[in-house]
Design a protein around this ligand. Structure first.
Ligand code: SER
Length: 317
């Protein structure tokens, strides 16, 4: 990867992945594009920036040509609960951006990374130790776009030799840009409430297990997979990856070790609850570990310490 385009650079993953990629490949070699400008200062000032509606093929092609892009990180998506409010928008954005990336990549010989998700599974999937290759019948439009994305990406690899690679991210926890409209967002919001000294209202029931990962591990995984020796890859789209799994009462208890006065109440949001119950309790990510040495560093305790240290310092200002 020499010249990289990040689509959706202003989003939860993009706002950190762009900076991480620039630290590895050099600021000028990573183009940050988003439909909305400006993005955060670190991105606006760290290298080239372009406004781009990724659902418009000509706009994506123009940037790829002008910068002679070798790899596209396509992070454009509407998260699960938000997409349920407007399914066609979820489909048009997720699939529109993906198809444009794949077609441009076919024409200009780029690699493509597109995150899939735990949302690519559904209630008929084995939810404990979810295997790499298993039943995928999601019941959300977000999940339908993710399964479609996995299939299309594998198709472009087999049919046109486009170097497509992908991971099924679990809920991602981060402190630069908030997610928004996701089912796993509660595990981000809870830290912000704790750091602000506010009570947290949890939208999921106690006992609702979900896979999660701290953003530094997610960034590392994306780059590690794109740099992996292709001869070792048996799978491509998409690898199960996870770092931890917990229920709301477990993340709450971990935060209370640092902030004993922190309070949480439950007010279940039915759409999020039903989505969460249809997703894995924990995935088996042994293929990612075997084929490209995936190895996350953060568990619940280490992530909690880091999140609270960073947010406490920010809110103390
Ligand atoms: N974090 C996403 C969501 O909750 C799942 O990939 O929608």
């Amino acid at each position: 990867m020499k010249k990289i385009l990040v689509l959706g650079a202003g989003g939860q993953i993009g706002s950190e992945l762009t900076t991480y990629l620039r630290s590895i490949y050099g600021g000028n070699n990573v183009v940050a594009a988003d439909v909305r400008l400006p993005m955060i200062d670190a991105i606006m000032q760290g290298g080239p920036v372009e406004q781009c509606d990724a659902t418009q093929a000509a706009q994506v092609a123009d940037i790829v040509k002008r910068y002679q892009i070798d790899a596209i990180f396509n992070l454009v998506a509407i998260l699960s609960a938000k997409a349920e409010m407007n399914p066609m928008l979820g489909w048009n954005i997720g699939i529109g951006a993906l198809v444009n990336c794949l077609e441009v990549a076919r024409e200009y010989h780029c690699a493509v990374f597109t995150p899939s998700s735990i949302g690519a599974f559904g209630p008929t999937t084995p939810l404990d130790g979810t295997p790499q290759d298993t039943i995928q019948r999601p019941q959300t439009i977000y999940g339908v776009t993710k399964v479609t994305g996995e299939l299309l990406s594998d198709y472009y690899y087999k049919r046109f030799q486009v170097d497509t690679r992908s991971v099924r991210f679990p809920g991602l926890i981060s402190n630069v840009t908030l997610p928004g409209g996701g089912t796993t967002d509660y595990a981000v919001d809870i830290y912000y409430a704790a750091a602000r000294g506010e009570q947290f209202t949890c939208p999921l029931k106690p006992g609702t297990l979900l896979d999660m990962m701290y953003m530094p591990d997610a960034l590392h995984a994306a780059v590690q997979l794109m740099e992996a020796d292709p001869s070792r890859l048996i799978h491509r789209n998409s690898f199960n990856v996870t770092a931890m799994h917990f229920a709301p009462e477990e993340i709450y208890a971990e935060i209370c070790k640092v902030k004993p006065d922190f309070k949480m109440v439950y007010e279940v949001e039915p759409v999020k609850q039903s989505i969460a119950e249809s997703w894995p309790n924990w995935m088996d990510d042994s293929c990612a570990r075997a084929e490209w040495d995936f190895k996350p560093q953060y568990d619940l305790q280490a992530m909690t310490r880091d999140m609270l240290q960073i947010l406490d310092a920010r809110f103390a200002k």
